[in-house]
Design a protein around this ligand. Sequence first.
Ligand code: CMC
Length: 387
Amino acid sequence: KGYFTYDPGFMSTASCESEITYIDGDKGILLHRGYPIDQLAEQCDYLEVCYLLLHGEIPTAPEKAKFQKIVMHHTMVHEQLHEFFQAFRRDSHPMAIMVGVVGALSAFYHDSLDISDERHREVAAHRLISKMPTLAAMAYKYSIGQPFIYPRNDLSYGGNFLHMMFSTPCEPYVVSPTLARAMDKIFILHADHEQNASTSTVRLAGSSGANPFACIASGIAALWGPAHGGANEAVLTMLEEIGDESNIDDFIKRAKDKDDPFRLMGFGHRVYKNYDPRATVMKQACDEVLAELGIADDPLLKIAARLEQIALEDPYFVERKLYPNVDFYSGIIFKAMGIPTEMFTVLFAVGRTPGWIAHWKEMVSGPYRIGRPRQLYTGKVARNLKK
Ligand code: CMC
């Protein structure tokens, strides 16, 4: 009593019990509710995975139809939110907008929301999954000065997102089934990853009994950093900076130099000490999308593949067990789909929403107490103020 462990970065501290996601970092295994991520990505659509994370089982056909109907029925956001967007600078980073507008949703769902009621928790979960793509696409449209495009509930979840991103009132965007499926797959690959920084933030914020929409906004803030979700944007910037295969060695040298803050973006993971299983599926999806779009020889993909090969053979990366992670190839797919770099982390946030909300729901559905870490005080000893 009176002692506690000091564990900066939570290297060896379990903050909760959870039944949602299992990771074996040494073997490179990721299971959601027991199902391997590659099987989910190949055999399920995103809404089935959302349902699985929230409810523990793959939905039956009637359950799926009901869930899909609810989620797709609520894709619109309140018209007043349109006004909220207008107050942001035109050149605001879309993640900054997302932190604001998702937090603002809490104002629309507060007084009538009772988080001790299972039905209310479900409503919060469904509304967030419904509205995240709409808000994400609105952030993009705002940044390029185009009118917001209303959702189309007859499309798939991924297809509707592409529609809201790329249609204009003058010209509808014809959603290719392959690209819609790829979008769905990318969302699945991001859907949950147990107690990462953003999910832990959502749980910590939620542990005070705070409004779930505000808790998800706190998760979006934590996701933004380049060590977490911001890495997908940073990977593409890095690949563009490398520019040519002949420059790869210089960047590898910089990544190994302890006096240089540069890190190989999209490489390494706190938990995986093996190939990130999501990266394997992402690479396949990347090949499929580039083939669909007729991009045979993408120069960034060539640089990425060569960089990966060199790093996987370099003793520095081998000894530290640094492998490509989920962010390494996602940016190349996004770029090929015409999604601008600043939107990459927003897409991660859309995909991660069911994971965040499933963890919040799991926590507040059982007995929980406020998260309150201790500290090692290293300041002044007690002293008297003499003026
Ligand atoms: N490039 C060069 N060296 C690296 C890298 C990298 N990408 N990642 C880790 N290292 C080195 C690090 O310098 C340290 O070396 P040493 O033992 O000599 O001091 C060793 O590997 C261990 O690294 P760490 O920083 O102690 O590991 P961590 O678990 O605290 O950090 C990480 C994990 C993901 C933040 C880190 O690997 C990193 O910064 N990677 C690049 C950013 C990135 O791709 N992030 C996305 C993560 S996956 C998606 C997500 O979860 O959001």
